[in-house]
Structures are given as C-alpha cells and as structure tokens.
Ligand binder design. Structure first.
Ligand SMILES: [Zn+2]
Ligand SMILES: [Zn+2]
Length: 133
C-alpha cells in the first residue's frame, strides 16, 4: 500500500504535493477549504479553485480518502492512515478519529455476499461539548 502511494506521489505537481502535505500534517480530516488555508502557508498565492481541483484529483487517484458526514461538507484524509473510524460532534462540528473497530461486522453480511470494506461514523457530542452544556 505504501509503495503505491509513493509512486503516485511522484506523479503529482508541486501544488498537488503541497496540498497532500497539508492533509498529512493535520491531526484530523479537513475540508477542501481548510486544506486551502493550510496550503497557503507554503504557497501564499494558491487559489481555492486550485485546491478543490487538486483534492478531486488526489481523491480520484487514491492519495486522499473522502469521509462523508450527513449534511456536512465532505472532509478528506490521507489514504495511508491506518484503519480507523470517526466520531462527529454535532455541537462543535469537529471530527475525531476512533481507533476501535467492531469485531462482529462480518455477522451482518448477507449470505452469499462478500464484504470488501466498511466505514463507520458515529454522531453525538464530544467530551468538551458535554462538559460545557
Ligand atoms: Zn464537540
Ligand atoms: Zn473498522
């Protein structure tokens, strides 16, 4: 898996690499706009439209993974992140990484079907928001 990402990274333009680097440097998944803000540290003249295009390209060629959150702008993270899930806080809008994975997902797969992957987003309130509520 790492080999594939390395070889695809070498095909990327300098701007695409800077944008991918912004995602790699973040501790949580980001929207394209957040990546634009981060990438401007390195390339002050970079435009938002360029970042949107690059995010689309990077997602299409497999360097970024899109995380769908109901009613929210999609966020992205590097595809090299180890397997994990997410918790979305509806109060503050932050997305947290969950390192646990349910052991019994295979029990849900209908007979005769083959599961290839899964993604889980839990929705609720984070510790901080609960403490200040
Ligand atoms: Zn919160
Ligand atoms: Zn899992």
């Amino acid at each position: 898996m790492e080999r594939a990402v390395t070889s695809s990274a070498s095909r990327l333009t300098r701007r695409q690499q800077a944008i991918l680097g912004a995602f790699e440097g973040a501790d949580a998944p980001m929207t394209a706009r957040e990546a634009w803000e981060a990438a401007r540290d390195e390339i002050p003249t970079i435009g938002l439209a360029t970042v949107y295009r690059a995010v689309k390209t990077l997602t299409g060629e497999g360097s970024l993974r899109q995380i769908e959150i109901v009613d929210e702008t999609p966020r992205y993270e590097p595809a090299t992140r180890p397997h994990h899930h997410h918790f979305f806080c509806r109060a503050c809008g932050r997305l947290f990484e969950i390192r646990k994975c349910p052991p019994s997902l295979r029990d849900m797969v209908p007979d005769g079907f083959a599961m290839e992957d899964h993604s889980i987003v839990l929705y609720g309130s984070c510790e901080e928001c609960l403490a200040t509520a």
